[in-house]
Design a protein around this ligand. Structure first.
Ligand code: IFM
Length: 453
């Protein structure tokens, strides 16, 4: 173990997303999003939960800023709901939507917290889905229009911009697996959608640079280190394919290395979607790469599965001795270290930020407190590993814990709690957990706080 202090200008943050916390889906002129539609179809979300109320952050944001201020946060990463800004997706701008985010930004700046804005964290305006959604190339122009409106309005005060959150999830899970909105299930459509998402990112980078002097802009990808489940050659090949689909399919184009050729050939076998000039647009220089990471993946060759491979299930991981979170994800801090080293060596990004990391556990409120020792342990072990990797020369510049508040965990509804602040969904009371207090000490000392004896 090396010195566990982070560099003096290390950014300490927390992250959330609009649909997961705002609620107030019909307030202030907001239009419907694909997640409103999807979550209201019975059976799509655990217990048929929806984001209708969520944490009611739309009305309680001042209270949430106070929590962040007490935490000593340097930065807050939140996303803007496209349907609050352009209720029809394009065309008419909704001034109340802009005002909400403008007030939020002012409140953050007054509290000494730097806003980090994600433009898209999955709540696509439903009218755009009705016009074809991400698989339709028209979406790129719509995203440019939306980015232009938002950056013109907030760019005087917001300098940190993230174009997209986790394009892998909203394209391959939303259009290719049916488990997320809009619930379509066609892997070729999903690949097309992912190309348009990357193209939208590249075009948006240009708009951000034009509208925001001094912008610091990039993209957030969900990435995992992929290990072969065993040292066998077939498992190594399975791991290489999973790595190409999850990681290289997105990071390759962003950093000018293109799509993995074998995957591109496969996905374009049902119709080409890459047009001349696209790859140059996507490779617009970024100031940083944001990484959302929670766990590594263990891949294995499996001839019974469609692509001849599978990944270890929670049951298999538990049998192999892994500690699992409530999501069934293995806790392996070394996975994050190995991932960062790979990214640094392969793409040489100017800066890396962990834009999400954290864990869901079945927290209980007891006598006004939440003793979430397993989350504290998770954060402690990941941040200790990150301190080492940063000292070793990887340009990691900041860390955003997921999440500030327990919130709507997509298909799991409110059944999975990731927050360092507990939400009593009956009363909407916010109760800081032990992990909140631990994180406050960590932020204050610029190094992972010790674990309680
Ligand atoms: O809650 C999500 C978030 O919206 C995107 N990244 C992963 C988190 C936990 O699943």
């Amino acid at each position: 173990m090396t010195n566990q202090s982070f560099p003096r200008d290390f950014v300490w943050g927390a992250a959330t997303a609009s649909y997961q916390i705002e609620g107030a889906v019909n307030a202030g002129g907001r239009g419907p999003s694909i997640w409103d539609t999807f979550s209201h179809i019975p059976g799509n979300v655990a217990l048929n939960h929806t984001g209708d109320v969520a944490c009611d952050h739309y009305h309680r944001w001042r209270e949430d800023i106070a929590l962040m201020k007490q935490l000593g946060l340097g930065a807050y990463r939140f996303s803007i709901a496209w349907p609050r800004i352009l209720p029809e997706g394009t065309g008419r701008v909704n001034p109340d939507g802009l005002r909400f985010y403008s007030d939020l930004v002012d409140g953050l700046l007054e509290a000494g917290i730097t806003p980090w804005v994600t433009l898209y964290h999955w709540d696509l305006p439903q009218p755009l889905e009705d016009r074809g959604g991400w698989p339709s190339r028209e979406i790129v122009q719509a995203f440019v229009e939306y980015t232009d409106v938002v950056t013109r309005h907030l760019g005087d005060r917001v300098k940190h911009w993230i174009t997209l959150n986790e394009p892998h999830v909203f394209t391959f899970v939303g259009y290719g697996g049916g488990r997320h909105a809009p619930g379509r299930d066609d892997q070729f459509e999903a690949a097309r959608a992912s190309h348009h998402a990357l193209l939208a990112h590249g075009e948006a980078m240009r708009v951000i640079r034009a509208n925001v002097p001094g912008a610091v802009a990039g993209i957030t990808l969900n990435m995992s280190k992929v290990y072969p489940a065993t040292p066998s050659e077939p498992d190594a090949q399975a791991a290489a394919i999973v790595d190409a689909s999850l990681n290289r399919w997105f990071a390759g184009p962003v950093f000018g290395q293109g799509y993995p050729p074998e995957l591109l050939a496969f996905y374009q076998s049902q119709g080409e979607f890459v047009k001349p000039g696209d790859m140059q647009t996507i490779a617009a220089p970024v100031d940083f790469l944001g990484i959302n990471n929670y766990f590594p993946i263990y891949a294995t060759a499996d001839p019974r599965q469609p692509h001849g491979l599978s990944t270890l299930t929670p049951e298999e991981l538990a049998a192999a001795g892994h500690t699992l979170t409530e999501m069934g994800w293995p806790v392996v801090p070394q996975g994050l270290v190995d991932l960062l080293i790979d990214l640094h060596e392969t793409y040489r990004p100017a800066a890396l930020y962990i834009t999400e990391n954290g864990a869901a556990f079945a927290d209980e409120l007891s006598e006004g407190a939440v003793h979430d020792a397993r989350r504290v342990q998770y954060l402690h072990d990941h941040l200790s590993a990150l301190a080492d990797v940063t000292a070793g020369g990887v340009p990691l510049r900041g860390y955003f814990v997921w999440s500030l508040l327990d919130n709507f965990e997509w298909g799991h509804g409110y059944t999975k709690r990731f927050g360092i602040v507990y939400m009593d969904y009956e009363t909407l009371r916010r109760i800081p957990k032990d992990s909140y207090h631990w994180y406050r000490q960590t932020v204050a000392n610029n190094q992972p706080a010790p674990l309680a004896e």
